[in-house]
Design a protein around this ligand. Structure first.
Ligand code: SF4
Ligand code: SF4
Ligand code: FES
Length: 246
């Protein structure tokens, strides 16, 4: 027989359409069986206890990136986090930091997408598109493996302390994406693309405190990308000083 235990879930509630009702925690009691995820708990609360609770989800498989939130102080995907994995029967759920709350656990991701678009996150090549697929060797593909795994969940963006003090900072996901395309053997963006991140809102804004790596559910290491972009900028500067040209 599967044993279920009663857990207490304290969930931050807020509706930006009703700012007069200040943010507050609402408590729900849910019976948890082994293996039940936080997303499973949220679905149960919404379906059986309180239909007004808002949260995002889609794939339930850590693929779509829509269910990121703060779970007992740790940023993660609700669909890959088991409720029984915390060693406590009280679990606090809060929305991702660094973005405004729309309602409950749903945040306005506009700043995240705005920064993401700034790095031109696509294969950048001059002229008309190719007539057939562009082949890539396994070795070249291996160079971008880590970054291709990004599911744009914004866990890293929510965890980054720089964004909390500088909303203009591009952030870990956008900078990791830039590195992904610079490393891509099919991308032909000019070296000058690096100029756009050569400032305190770009690669030099990072404190290298690795919170983004800690928060990423897919093993992407944005800090490594940022350090590599910095190295590339040093190389370009050295070339310029030596008159090697760009
Ligand atoms: S390493 Fe840089 S980008 Fe990552 S969380 Fe820290 S400050 Fe933000
Ligand atoms: S780098 Fe990781 S944490 Fe950041 S958006 Fe991509 S998958 Fe999410
Ligand atoms: S529901 Fe898709 S990542 Fe969690």
């Amino acid at each position: 027989m599967i044993r279920a235990s009663a857990y207490t879930f304290k969930i931050l509630r807020f509706d930006r359409k009703k700012p007069e009702d200040r943010a507050r925690f609402q408590t729900y009691r849910v019976r948890v069986i082994p293996g039940l995820t936080i997303l499973g708990v949220l679905n149960r609360i919404r379906d059986e206890i309180d239909g007004t609770l808002s949260f995002r989800s889609s794939c339930r498989s850590a693929v779509c990136g829509s269910c990121a939130m703060v779970i007992n102080g740790r940023i993660d995907l609700a669909c890959r986090t088991q409720a029984a994995s915390f060693g406590t029967d009280t679990i606090i759920l809060e929305p991702l930091p660094n973005m405004e709350i729309i309602k409950d656990l749903v945040v306005d991701m506009t700043p995240f997408w705005t920064m993401y678009e700034k790095v031109r996150p696509w294969l950048d090549r001059p002229g008309p598109g190719p007539e057939k697929e562009m082949r890539q060797s396994p070795e070249d593909r291996a160079l971008i493996d880590q970054f291709v795994n990004c599911i744009l969940c914004a866990c890293c963006y929510g965890a980054c302390p720089v964004i909390s003090r500088d909303p203009q900072y591009l952030g870990p996901a956008a900078l990791a994406k830039l590195e992904r395309f610079i490393l891509d053997s099919r991308d032909e963006r000019p070296v000058s693309a690096l100029d756009e991140v050569n400032n305190e809102h770009g690669v030099w804004g990072c404190d290298t405190v690795l919170k983004c790596i800690e928060a990423c559910p897919k093993g992407v290491r944005p800090t490594d990308a940022i350090i590599d972009l910095r190295k590339r900028l040093f190389v370009e500067k050295a070339k310029k000083l030596l008159g090697i040209g760009r």
